[in-house]
Design a binder for this molecule. Structure first.
Ligand code: FES
Length: 102
């Protein structure tokens, strides 16, 4: 029986995905109508942020696994293509699961 790695598989068709927080060991479900930042805040995590629009870079968070879907205007196209950081205020995921260094 082969096991599917959710950091390698596309996210659900409704746009929801899960974020696993490596340091805290917590897994959050991100609804289509909320940002990763909002889900983190609801779960009691204090993540620095300022603009909430992908412009300032304050919410930059390292990505350990999974493929971000970048919506920010802060990272260069090269940085976005590398996929090892994400702006949690506005960007989402291309894979069913993202693992963040939080
Ligand atoms: S809070 Fe400004 S880029 Fe996310």
């Amino acid at each position: 029986m082969s096991q599917t790695d959710p950091t390698q598989t596309p996210l659900a068709s409704d746009g929801s995905f899960e974020v696993h927080l490596q340091k805290s060991g917590q897994t959050l479900q991100i609804r289509p109508d909320q940002s990763i930042l909002q889900a983190l805040q609801e779960a009691g995590h204090e993540v620095p942020f300022s603009c909430s629009q992908g412009v300032c870079g304050t919410c930059l968070t390292p990505v350990l696994a999974g493929q971000p879907d970048h919506w920010d205007m802060y990272l260069t196209p090269e940085e976005q293509a590398q996929g090892n950081v994400i702006m949690v205020c506005c960007s989402r995921s291309q894979t069913a699961r993202l693992v963040l260094d939080l």
